[in-house]
Design a protein around this ligand. Structure first.
Ligand code: PA5
Length: 423
């Protein structure tokens, strides 16, 4: 199997091979328990590891069938959800969608302008909606769904609207399931033992991804292959374990920020998914690495200065896409624009040179740098990346000593908001 891999070779000045070996020994038993934990999931939070179940053939068939219907008829598809309920699907759709309806996102902010723009965009278009919520108590998606549902019911009537709404929620009597049954919406399961930010390879992510025309089977296979590889590799070859050790070691040395950087702008929303995964899972007990991201070359001309010469409390993980996304050659030009040294060169090769130059410069500037090498940006490797980082997040949080599967801190703002709104 061709798979993504991590390059830690520039880590030597910060963590020696001997130290890494020692750390691997120290955490070996814990890592084995993590690999085994799916079978003993007493807390019922590890359903995301069971890809055979959360992406089973039956549910994938239902999803593909409905997605085909939506693709044939929709001009506009609105994904309503927030946090883990929309980030995974958006990450891959923004990177890979090439055809199908326009896909827009709602339920993730309370801006009246943003909401009004969506209602305006619905005018005169064939609109379908997927509302996704594990609890259906979060105000943002709940309110936006009401606004959009009212508009759909006005335009298409109750029955017509019902055919255009797909609800993804917790099965077993959740308020969204009850609403879906009352109104006659297709209801897809948000698997009970799967938290939002670990849900991309379940119906939560799969349905919108299928509407975007992205190959679900390849995506799921990527996840499964990554899982199989993680389960069989020796601990000394386990990138998940080494990455988790490295980020915790660096954190303890004062490197409190991890910057995920990429030279392919279509990874912008993947980086947001990654930030949520690590931020919400690890930011607890007054500790943990702050996950952040930067898009290069653009951010080399903003944050680049800070990274190179600012406070030394940051380490970098480069995501390098090896295969060109497009073939594009620089044609010679008769005007003297002083860029003749680029004549005949391939755009991808120039981008690769920018990546290598940045890696060298930041390493020279004493920034701990590592690289995630991704053979190609397609559905299959997205599946691998999603599963790889989910496992890495679980492992890294376990080394840090926090529970990656809850998010009590998110409730704090809700408390004051509800207090004010319910007065
Ligand atoms: O990852 C998580 O669990 C959270 O980010 C949730 O997805 C987010 O809070 C939205 O929750 P819900 O789907 O219940 O609206």
């Amino acid at each position: 199997m061709n798979k993504l891999s991590m390059d830690f070779s520039r880590m030597d000045p910060f963590i020696s091979q001997a130290e890494l070996k020692e750390e691997r020994e120290k955490h070996k038993a814990m890592y084995s328990r993590i690999l085994e934990s799916e079978k003993n999931d007493g807390d019922q939070v590890l359903g995301w590891m069971d890809l055979e179940e959360i992406a089973n053939d039956e549910v994938v068939l239902t999803i593909e069938k409905k997605a085909e219907e939506v693709r044939a008829d929709a001009d506009l598809f609105i994904l309503i959800g927030v946090g883990g309920s929309n980030q995974g699907a958006r990450a891959i759709i923004k990177a890979l969608q090439t055809d199908g309806p326009d896909i827009i996102y709602s339920g993730n902010n309370l801006s009246p302008k943003y909401m009004k723009d969506i209602l305006d965009q619905m005018e005169g278009k064939s609109v379908y909606v997927n509302v996704i919520a594990k609890n259906f108590a979060t105000l943002e998606p709940g309110l936006c769904f009401r606004m959009i549902r009212q508009r759909l019911e006005k335009t298409y009537g109750l029955e017509g609207a019902a055919k255009r709404i797909i609800a993804t929620g917790s099965p077993g009597g959740s308020s969204l399931e009850v609403l879906a049954k009352d109104k006659g919406y297709l209801f897809l399961p948000f698997p009970i033992p799967v938290g939002g930010r670990f849900s991309v390879l379940s119906p939560v992510g799969l349905f919108p991804i299928a509407v975007a025309g992205i190959d679900l089977k390849a995506l799921i296979q990527g996840g499964k292959d990554m899982k199989a590889s993680i389960l069989t590799e020796k601990s000394e070859d386990a990138d998940v374990l080494t990455y988790s050790i490295v980020r915790n070691k660096l954190y303890n040395m004062g490197y409190a920020i991890e910057l995920l950087t990429y030279f392919e702008p279509s990874l912008a929303y993947f980086s947001k998914w990654w930030i949520q995964l690590f931020g919400e899972s690890e930011g607890k007990d007054d500790k943990s690495v702050f996950p952040s991201a930067a898009s290069f070359s653009e951010d080399l001309h903003s944050l680049g200065q800070w990274i190179q010469s600012g406070k030394k409390n940051l380490f970098e993980t480069f995501v390098n896409i090896k295969k060109p996304l497009e073939e594009l050659i620089v044609e010679p030009d008769e005007s003297s624009d002083y860029f003749d040294y680029l004549d005949g060169k391939d755009f991808h090769d120039i981008n690769q040179i920018a990546f290598k130059a940045t890696l060298q410069a930041h390493s020279d500037g004493n920034i701990p740098c590592m690289t995630l090498e991704v053979p190609e940006l397609n559905a299959y490797y997205f599946g691998q990346m999603f599963y790889f980082y989910e496992m890495a997040c679980y492992t890294s949080a376990s080394i840090l000593g926090v529970n990656p599967f809850d998010q009590p801190g998110v409730e704090a703002y809700k408390h004051y908001m509800f207090e004010s709104l319910k007065q």
